[in-house]
Design a protein around this ligand. Structure first.
Ligand code: SF4
Length: 108
């Protein structure tokens, strides 16, 4: 099974490297190994702005929360790498670099 990349907020909770889990919840819709490795490298050097923020792991965030998360992402040192990863992997859920997934084009 393709490894998963949970939202960066989970990284701080779980500790250490990004976690591979055999769960469909965060299974990428597309392979994005290079983007994932780049994001992991950035997150090794810099804590994500979403660390410890429960809104980033909520199953059904409100529109207000999504807007607030986008503001958090705008301050994040991993924003570019997170955006690249999400755009490549098309995660089925979550807010990545200020964008809620699945995006419209990901569900067509
Ligand atoms: S850009 Fe947003 S979702 Fe991605 S790691 Fe940073 S704060 Fe978390």
């Amino acid at each position: 099974m393709t490894a998963i990349l949970p939202p960066a907020a989970l990284r701080s909770r779980l500790g250490g490297a990004l976690v591979d889990e055999p769960t469909a919840r965060y299974t990428p819709m597309r392979d994005a190994t290079a983007e994932r490795d780049r994001l992991d490298a950035v997150l090794t050097a810099h804590a994500p702005a979403c660390a410890g923020d429960d809104r980033f792991t909520a199953d059904h965030p409100t529109t207000a929360d999504v807007d607030a998360m986008a503001a958090v992402c705008a301050t994040c040192p991993a924003q570019a790498a997170c955006d690249d990863y999400a755009a490549a992997a098309l995660p089925p859920v979550g807010v990545w670099a200020g964008t809620r997934y699945p995006r419209r084009e990901a569900t067509r």
